[in-house]
Design a protein around this ligand. Structure first.
Ligand code: HEM
Length: 411
């Protein structure tokens, strides 16, 4: 189970190849068969493809998320001269929980976690259902429609802006900023895209600064209230408060991917869709299986704070490690019949939300949105079928989602 240096494998070309981005599974299966952890000498990056290795990595205190510690990374202060734009962009968004190690991570996460406890999420169902029904009612009956632009792109955005009590007038702006920001974390980012992301980030933070002030004294706005309280009490400074809020508001992009990936997986498995119609109690396990089988993200990063032994592979301090989720979620050592889509699969230790201290804070909310959306669609339409070829995003290396999904809904 030792690290495999794979000089014959050009990782960078692979991870940016449109064929790979359209269907990474056969490529990753082949590579994972050779070992759980691979080292790429060209990029000096460790790639983690095994479930056991990823599981130990995300829980290890030696492995953090602060990329300033990555020896060869563009977020190190030393990189400022080499690539000033990247450094400026990184510095603008660095100070938030997802990019911090302990104790800063815990200090910030504690503030927001109070609004994402298991009991906080179910009361949001009526709001999510109302939004999903409105969108479903507008879907045409019996004629082809592009699902991403007609439904998936809107629902998570509307849910999150309701949650933060942001006006619906802001939908186009939020969508525009999110589209620019989705490139952050991507390994193929042009200088132009970096400039766009930086502009979007600053505009987002300006907007949130104003929103925060406008919401002062409104006791109904729980999330914003928690942010204001932490700011006023000196638990977070303004930059941390705004970056964390931005992270929460724009966390909806991955949920968009899950809606598209989920519907595509169901139309590609009509027997499973039929079974789900006749046994709606399977919805929870079906969602976990969608998240496992066709994950909405490609990789999750960690940086070694100290040397770490990852299932027999030594990851030295200062190294970057990327967990490749499509490989991890189909590891046959963890999942029986890993390549099959089984909506009743139990247990299902899929890793789309990461793990350890950074495990996605919005996981329960995302699961509820997907559950409500799929239930509303299955209930309203007796037939859902593909009417053309789905198109995957092939210019996003970090996220895995559909650019277009042509389908027909029939009542
Ligand atoms: C299906 C949709 C989603 C997916 C696949 C997803 C995935 C992830 C992943 C992989 C991480 C990093 C975990 C790690 O490094 O171990 C993360 C963290 C995070 N997510 Fe999500 N997420 C989703 C939805 C959301 C939503 C709806 C929100 C906001 C309401 C959100 C807010 C966050 C935040 C704030 C963090 C940082 C947590 C921390 O560092 O402690 N996510 N998410």
């Amino acid at each position: 189970m030792n690290e495999i240096a794979s000089p014959e494998l050009d990782w960078w070309t692979l991870l940016t190849d449109p064929d790979y981005l359209t269907d990474p599974h056969p490529h990753l299966k082949r590579i994972r068969e050779k070992g759980q952890v691979h080292y790429d000498p060209a990029s000096d990056i460790y790639f983690v493809l095994g479930h056991e290795a990823f599981s130990s990595m995300v829980r290890a205190p030696q492995m953090g998320r602060d990329t300033r510690l990555w020896t060869n990374g563009w977020s190190r202060p030393e990189s400022k001269q080499r690539d000033p734009l990247s450094y400026e962009l990184f510095s603008e968004f660095q100070r938030q929980m997802v990019n911090s190690d302990q104790p800063d991570h815990r200090r910030m996460r504690d503030v927001y976690e109070k609004a994402f406890r298991p009991a906080d999420i179910p009361p949001l169902r009526p709001m999510i259902e109302a939004e999903a029904r409105k969108l479903a009612e507008d879907l045409p009956d019996g004629t082809p429609v592009e699902f991403m632009t007609a439904f998936a792109n809107h629902l998570p955005l509307r849910v999150v802006r309701n949650l933060f009590q942001i006006s619906p007038d802001m939908d186009p702006k939020l969508a525009e900023w999110n589209a620019a920001l989705v490139k952050i974390g991507d390994i193929m980012m042009s200088q132009e895209q970096k400039r766009e992301a930086l502009e979007a980030l600053r505009a987002y933070k300006d907007f949130l600064r104003g929103h925060l002030e406008a919401c002062r004294g409104n006791p109904d706005n729980r999330l914003i209230g928690l942010a204001i309280e932490a700011l006023d009490n000196g638990i977070m400074d303004e930059d941390e408060t705004l970056n964390n809020l931005k992270g929460l508001v724009s966390g909806n992009e991955t949920t968009v991917n899950v809606l598209g990936n989920g519907l595509l997986t169901l139309v590609n498995h009509p027997d499973a869709m039929q079974k789900l119609r006749s046994e709606p109690a399977l919805m929870r396990t079906a969602i976990e299986e969608i998240l496992r089988y066709e994950p909405a993200i490609n990789f999750i990063l960690r940086v070694a704070i100290e040397d770490f032994d990852c299932c027999g592979t030594s990851i030295p301090k200062g190294s970057l490690a990327l967990g490749l989720i499509c490989a991890i979620n189909r590891d046959p050592e963890r999942f029986s019949e890993a390549e099959s889509f089984d909506i009743a699969r139990r247990p299902n230790a899929q890793y789309i939300f990461g793990g350890g201290p950074h495990v996605c804070i919005g996981a329960a909310l995302a699961r509820l949105e997907v559950e409500v959306a799929l239930s509303v669609l299955l209930e309203r339409f007796s037939r859902i079928e593909l009417t053309g070829d789905p198109v995957w995003w092939t210019d996003r290396t970090n996220q895995r989602g559909l650019q277009s999904l042509p389908v027909r809904f029939t009542r």
